[in-house]
Structures are given as C-alpha cells and as structure tokens.
Ligand binder design. Structure first.
Ligand code: NAD
Length: 335
C-alpha cells in the first residue's frame, strides 16, 4: 500500500512509519519540521527512516493550499494517516493561530485531497482532550464531547466534525483516534515525562501541577502506533452491518468512526514521577503548583470499541514504558 503519513518526523509519526516500513508498505512522510520544539530531534527521528527504500520524505506544510492538492494528484495515495498538527494544550493559549492554521486549514486540505483522489481510508489524530471536563469515567465514545476547555481540544473536535461531513457527503471512510497522553522513546520535549526526566537527572526541581493529584491515562507509544496501524487496516466501510447496529443517529450511516486509544489504567502524576525516580535512581525535587488553565484533572479511556473493532488494545505497563523511555533518554543525550 502507498500511504501518506503526515507528521512523520514527529514523536508518534516516526513510530508509525517504522511499523509500516517493516511490513513492506510504501510510505511518503510529510512534515514541515517546524521549531515548536528542537528540530534536531525531528531530523534524528527521520534519519532512522530515510535509509529504508520504502520511505520518501516531503517537506511541506499541510496548510499549503497549492502544494497539498498537487501532492495528492501526483502521488495517488491508497490510504492516509494524518498526524501532523500543532500539539500541546497549554501552547494553544499562547499561539492560537498556529492551531487554526495547522489543525483546521491543514485538515481541510487533507480532506479535500482524499476526496478528490479516491483515498480508501483516512485515519487522523484526535485527542482525549475533546472530553474536556467530563467527569463520567471511563471516557466513552458515546459520551457527549461538546465542551472543550482549550483551543487545542476545540480544533481536534472540529476535525471529528469535519471528517463526519466528508464521510457523509463523499463516502470517504474516516477513523478518528483519540490518543490519551502518549509517552515513550523519542518523545516530545514539551511533555511531562521528558521534562521531568531531564530535570531529575540534572538535580533540578520539577513543577508538579494540580499538586500531583492530576490523573492521566498515560499510553505507551508502541501501543498507540500499533493501534493506528490496526485501525488503518479496518476501514469503516468494511462492515456495514456493524455500522448500522451501532449508529447513534439517522445520519451515522457514513463510513465514519472515532475510537479512544488509551491504556485504560490511569495513574496519579505522583505515581508516574515515582516510576521515573525508580528508573533514574534519583529523587525528584517537587514544586507543587495549581492546575493550569486548559488542563483537565483526569483522563481514563474506555477502549472496548477499539478492541471490538480491531481486536487490539494497549497493554504496556507504566513501569515498563517509563523504563524504556529513561533508557532511551540516557542513551540519546549520553547522560
Ligand atoms: P509532534 O509534535 O511530535 O508531531 C507532529 C509533527 O507534525 C511534528 O513533527 C511537526 O513538525 C509536524 N507538523 C506540525 N504542524 C505541521 C504542519 N502545519 N504541516 C506539516 N507538518 C506539521 O506530536 P505527536 O505527539 O507525535 O502528535 C501527533 C499527533 O497526535 C498530533 O495530531 C497530536 O495533536 C496528536 N496527539 C498527541 C498526543 C500525545 O500525547 N503525544 C495526545 C493526543 C493527540
């Protein structure tokens, strides 16, 4: 299969690319290599892919209204995995336009490209943040998600709505994946595990928001990447009977689906930090802080729909996953 993978130089994208290449798919990776965090990390992730004959790379912005249609026309992709986005809840309070450009304008270009070139399946990244301040646990796809509490979350919910219209109007099979706090080797420098490990190893203090009571369904990146590929292989139109049986509304006959991908085993931030302490062999110096605007106090994924549809569910324990991250971090930074 010939697959467009956007965000290929990103944390999750580089792991997804590896699985696809190892099984023999042809992958066109796209990324704008922006400087939201150190681009060297993106170049180093890409360097692990570019030696593979099945991989080619396009440096492009998904919001490029001329470049994107031309790319779709030229390459004729079978399937598309769209992970490129401006990520990060807190940064969306600082630079809202970046979220609209990448996540809304960019997503429109992806939908249009898929529509006009007959792409068989679009899988795209949504986020657990769409659940906002939902307190009904675990978070199920059947819960209403109309109250996002950050612009980042609002753009991800917008993606789901936009995907539904394209599935409905143009019979474009789409699957949205709500990732729950992803962590692991080659992870993002703006995320808690990276920040905490860096500070703990350097003997510097860490800022612990919501006084450590924050609860997150931390999900290991290998599980996320496998989940992406499992869903890619099961386009929604493959089982019309399933669609009909699970239709929520009269219009849900569209080949449209949204799944949670999370570890379904939430932990308190303080326990997560304890795992980092165990694997680094060092004590954290904790500075307890209030919850940040836009953050939600807890996340917890119900993954029964994902399991029912793909037979797959995440299962890497926090202890194993944090251990693998710390080993990667020490090797990469030689600390
Ligand atoms: P990442 O920032 O490491 O990867 C995103 C990649 O997309 C980056 O390499 C970036 O350069 C690229 N990119 C950003 N804007 C672009 C644009 N306009 N055009 C082209 N390329 C662009 O982030 P990630 O953690 O790998 O996240 C991947 C996807 O998963 C994102 O859509 C993110 O919103 C979503 N997600 C991530 C998490 C998580 O915990 N990491 C949780 C929920 C959802």
């Amino acid at each position: 299969m010939k697959i467009l993978l956007t965000g290929a130089a990103g944390f999750i994208g580089s792991h997804v690319a590896r699985i696809l290449l190892d099984r023999g798919d042809q992958v066109v990776g796209l990324d704008n290599l922006n400087a939201y965090y150190d681009p060297q990390l993106k170049h180093d992730r890409l360097a692990r892919l570019t030696g593979d004959t099945g991989f080619s790379f396009v440096k492009m912005d998904v919001a490029d209204r001329d470049g994107m249609p031309a790319l779709f026309q030229r390459e004729r992709f079978d399937r598309v995995i769209h992970l490129a986005a401006q990520a990060g809840v807190r940064h969306s309070l600082v630079d809202p336009h970046a979220y609209i450009d990448s996540n809304v304008v960019g997503f429109t270009n992806i939908l249009e490209g898929c529509r006009h070139t007959g792409v068989q399946h679009l899988v795209y990244a949504s986020s657990s943040s769409v659940y906002g301040g939902n307190t009904q646990m675990p978070f199920s796809e059947h819960h209403g998600v109309d109250h996002p509490v950050s612009l980042y979350a609002a753009t991800k919910k917008a993606n789901e709505l936009m995907a539904h219209t394209y599935s409905h109007l143009f019979a474009l099979p789409t699957t949205g994946l709500r990732f729950f706090t992803v962590y692991g080797p080659w992870g993002r420098p703006d995320m808690a595990l990276f920040l905490f490990t860096k500070a703990i190893l350097a003997g510097e203090p860490i800022q612990v928001f919501n006084h450590g009571k924050m609860v997150r369904d931390f999900t290991f990146v290998d599980d996320i990447a496998k989940g992406v590929v499992h869903t890619l292989d099961r386009p929604p139109e493959a089982d019309a009977a399933f669609d009909k049986a699970h239709a929520d509304t009269a219009s849900s006959w569209a080949p449209y689906r949204v799944f949670n991908i999370g570890n379904h085993d939430p932990v308190q931030l303080l326990d997560f930090i304890a795992a980092i302490e165990r694997h680094t062999g060092k004590k954290a110096i904790k500075e307890l802080r209030d919850i940040q605007p836009g953050d939600v106090p807890a996340t917890f994924a119900d993954v029964s729909e994902l399991e029912r549809w793909t037979g797959f569910y995440p299962g890497t324990s926090i202890d194993e996953g944090v251990g693998r991250f710390v080993a990667w971090y020490r090797d990469y930074f030689k600390v």
